[in-house]
Design a protein around this ligand. Structure first.
Ligand code: NAD
Ligand code: 89V
Length: 346
């Protein structure tokens, strides 16, 4: 593929990371942007030098001139926008990269996957936490067999960081931590240990100022036989504050792997110990402590473009992400009904 042209919808809090990352990928150009909010639209257009600006996504698709669309809106707009992308160019469609959470429910998610499937275009969910370089180092080490066959894992994200000032909508929804953050951590568990047969979960709300749950503890029985604990909290005040690090403890038949605070990866196997500094770089446009997430945005977008060029499915394709989304739904169902939920129920 020669020059690849993209359009981005949703010029909000997170989109600037995506636009910076696109700027860093050779051969890619964002030729149009869209937001219903004119102020955000013009500020973003000015900041990134993008002249084609739309307040109406339908019009942007009608005028076309791009190969893929990057959907960076919050979840309620995802299904209509993905379906618009499928109808674009008289049904030829365009490739799609869509932010997490992909959909509000399984029915919408399946319809979105089917709509893009029918066009033969690529659909990737921007599920970037498994692309964080520290997490990736752990995934590659495990897949390389360094600690033998895993049988236990803990995938943990605990923080007291104020996420609500940058993303006020996170305080307003009936659902919070599993849908917004747990979705990433559940996806990391899938990337490490494979698909899940059963899950049980508890949730609670500690912060009285928000509507949804801010603590979730989940027990996953993977099809591979691994048991993992996925625990998430935005009510944990401790030092060091580790936002936005995911910490790991994995036991295998031949040793153990830990990813500790400060991006320190420790592998103990065959009577020896290796400690590696796997801290992510701070990209020129990034800022601490978000640099970890920001680098993963660059990496997942590079992966998307590599997949388009090679004609292969992205790791977090729409079809793959249905299984992460099903885990989210199953966790809420388990917490509400106080029982273990089989993923086959979803
Ligand atoms: P935001 O509310 O700051 O921005 C969303 C923008 O989309 C707004 O400017 C809004 O006007 C615009 N918009 C909504 N519907 C639209 C439509 N139909 N047409 C045109 N514009 C529309 O939200 P945000 O914090 O930037 O989050 C966006 C998405 O990114 C969410 O799904 C969130 O979960 C996700 N997110 C992902 C990560 C990550 O690491 N992957 C981090 C933060 C946020
Ligand atoms: O990555 C995210 O989806 C963000 C945050 C890290 C704050 O949970 O919303």
């Amino acid at each position: 593929m020669s020059r690849i042209r993209g359009a981005l919808i949703g010029c909000g809090f997170f989109a600037r990371n995506q636009l910076h990352a696109w700027e860093g990928i050779e051969g890619v150009e964002i030729v149009a942007i869209c937001d219903r909010d004119e102020t955000r639209l013009s500020e973003t257009g000015e900041a990134f030098g993008i002249a084609r600006r739309y307040t109406d996504a339908e019009r942007m698709f009608e005028e076309g001139g791009f190969d893929f669309v990057d959907i960076a809106t919050t979840v309620a707009a995802h299904r209509p926008l993905v379906e618009m992308a499928a109808r674009a160019g008289d049904g030829a469609g365009v490739h799609v990269i869509c932010q997490k959470p992909f959909a509000e429910n399984m029915e919408d998610a399946r319809a979105m996957v089917a709509a893009i499937d029918a066009t033969g275009k690529t659909l990737m969910v921007h599920e970037n936490f498994r692309w964080q370089s520290a997490v990736r180092a752990a995934i590659e080490t495990l897949r390389g067999g360094a600690i033998g066959t895993p049988f236990f894992g803990r995938v943990s994200f605990r923080s007291g960081y104020d996420v609500f000032s940058g993303q006020p909508y996170l305080a307003e929804g009936a659902r919070f931590i599993i849908e917004d953050l747990g979705i990433h951590i559940l996806d990391i568990s899938r990337a490490l240990f494979g698909d899940v047969a059963r899950i049980s979960a508890t949730t609670t709300r500690i912060n009285p100022e928000i509507r949804g749950e801010d603590v979730a503890t989940m027990l996953l029985a993977h099809e591979s036989g691994v048991t993992s604990v996925v625990d998430c909290s935005y009510a944990t005040r401790r030092t060091p504050e580790t936002f936005p690090e995911t910490l790991l403890e994995i036991d295998g038949t031949g040793g153990t792997l830990r990813l500790d605070a400060g991006y320190r990866l420790t592998i103990q196997a065959r009577g020896g110990e290796e400690v590696r500094d796997v801290a992510p770089p701070v990209l020129p446009w990034a800022e601490r402590p978000w640099h970890n997430i920001q680098e993963s945005v660059a990496l997942i977008q590079q992966h998307f473009i590599a997949c388009l060029c090679d004609g292969r499915a992205p790791e977090t394709s729409g079809a793959d992400n249905l299984r992460t989304l099903a885990l989210v739904e199953a966790a809420y169902l388990s917490a509400a009904e106080g029982r273990t939920v089989a993923l086959a129920e979803l």
